[in-house]
Design a protein around this ligand. Structure first.
Ligand SMILES: [Zn+2]
Length: 80
């Protein structure tokens, strides 16, 4: 007897997990600087921290911003 793998199309969707919020963060890209903004669900707060960092360190004006959330994949009704 031979084992078989049955592949079927199953429709799914992906969305933000209802119990999560998107979080923004940023880190300075200047040389060896290791400064990072405190992550926040409000990107405006992260941007304010970046501008404050640049205000104190003139040449530190480039940042890597990251947006992260928790995703949830659901099988669509009726899919088998
Ligand atoms: Zn910096």
């Amino acid at each position: 007897m031979t084992a078989r793998t049955v592949l079927r199309f199953v429709a799914h969707r992906i969305k933000r997990h209802p119990n999560s919020e998107a979080t923004a963060s940023a880190r300075c890209l200047h040389g060896e600087c290791e400064w990072e903004a405190r992550p926040s669900t409000d990107v405006g707060h992260v941007d304010d921290q970046c501008m404050e960092h640049t205000g104190r360190n003139k040449d530190h004006a480039t940042f890597a911003r990251r947006f992260e959330d928790v995703a949830l994949v659901e099988r669509l009704e009726g899919s088998t």
